[in-house]
Design a protein around this ligand. Structure first.
Ligand SMILES: *Cc1c(COP(=O)(O)O)cnc(C)c1O
Length: 353
């Protein structure tokens, strides 16, 4: 295992000392009021950070983000629905596969790397009931225009289901301003916690549309019932929830806007610092959490950086494998970590030209 501190992948990301410390402790018993208080505080802070409307709720699933994507589809949609799915890469395709296996009628809107859908707000579509998209298509680093998509959902009365797993805490996600009905968040991206916890925020409209589902583990109604007293129906990722509480408290002290500003600063600092290198930014619409870089032999670059500099960058698969790699700006990275990365990039790419 390479436990380097220079990890620039979009999940898992570098963790903070204060969450690492909690991870080193014994797991406490959780069916008691102490733990209920923790879970209720996590719910309250998450709702605050995404400006959820009154009577919204959070479901805490012990599973990775994809379980959130799958279970949202199971709990909110059925054969009577027709979904308008935005697909700009691997994560959009994942929703496509989930919907396909669930036999839910779907129209796929394919978008390319330079399309953030800002024009969609005035478009009319008939006979669709839900909109699904990944706020940040992490496979290529493309951020969509949440405001315009929200208007589009509102205009066409679509249930707006948003996977904001890699955008939460790096850019503004506002359930009211962006007309979001269901939001999916996960622990190992900008929350900078270990993987294993997935959170679903439901507004009252989404709650009113919950279905009866076959499987018991992902039955949202059970989670909502138990959540009223700060509990989950089955053993949750207790330690990650304790780490989540600490992380949310820390962010809340300065406000979520400050956290996003910090991310914006780091992303901009990185992008400005590498301007003179023989590389290109892959898309015009980058989130603050990640920069996707286009360069020859991209996969080899990623391998070389680990070997030579002990830096973990994020490679791509498929046809983009040799064309792009990704650099995340999430988690406990500081300006000096970026300075080290930039120094190494200059060393590497200047030698190459
Ligand atoms: C990371 C991520 C997920 C979750 O993937 P898991 O591997 O299941 O945790 C889902 N959607 C997006 C956009 C992501 O970036």
């Amino acid at each position: 295992m390479n436990y380097t501190k220079y990890i620039f992948t979009p999940g898992p990301v570098k963790m903070h000392k204060y969450t690492l410390k909690i991870g080193a402790k014994q797991t406490p018993y959780f069916r008691n009021s102490d733990f209920s208080k923790v879970l209720l505080e996590c719910e309250e802070l998450l709702l605050k950070f995404v400006n959820a409307p009154k009577k919204s709720r959070v479901i805490f699933l012990t599973a990775s983000g994809t379980a959130g994507m799958q279970s949202v589809v199971n709990n909110l949609l059925d054969q009577n629905d027709r979904v308008y799915l935005i697909s700009g890469g691997g994560f959009g395709e994942r929703f496509g596969e989930i919907l396909d296996r669930s036999k839910i009628k779907t129209t796929q809107k394919r978008v390319n790397k330079d399309d953030n859908l800002q024009y969609i707000k005035d478009e009319k579509i008939d006979s669709h009931t839900a909109l699904i998209y990944n706020a940040h298509e992490t496979s290529i680093g493309l951020k969509y225009d949440l405001f315009s998509l929200g208007k589009f959902a509102q205009k066409n009365t679509l249930l707006n289901i948003v996977d904001a797993i890699s955008l939460f805490l790096t850019d503004e996600v506002d359930m009211q301003k962006h007309h979001i009905d269901t939001l999916i968040i996960s622990s190992q991206k900008a929350l900078a916690l270990p993987p294993g916890l997935c959170m679903i925020v439901l507004n009252p409209k989404a709650i009113s549309r919950l279905k009866d589902v076959k499987d018991i583990y992902f039955d949202f109604k059970k989670y909502l019932d138990n959540g009223l007293r700060g509990q989950t129906p089955y053993t949750p990722a207790v330690t990650i929830i304790l780490q989540l509480q600490k992380r949310l408290q820390k962010i809340d002290k300065k406000g979520v806007d400050k956290e996003i500003e910090k991310r914006k600063f780091l992303a901009q600092y990185f992008r400005d610092s590498i301007e003179d290198l023989p590389i290109k930014f892959y898309t015009k619409y980058m989130p603050n959490g990640m920069t996707t870089i286009e360069v020859e032999n991209a996969f080899k670059v990623v391998e070389d950086f680990e070997k030579r500099y002990n830096i973990i960058l994020c490679p791509n698969g498929g046809e983009l494998k040799e064309r792009i790699f990704r650099v995340a700006h999430m988690g406990a990275i500081k300006k000096k970590d970026i300075d080290y990365l930039v120094k190494c990039m200059f060393d590497y790419f200047k030698k190459r030209v």
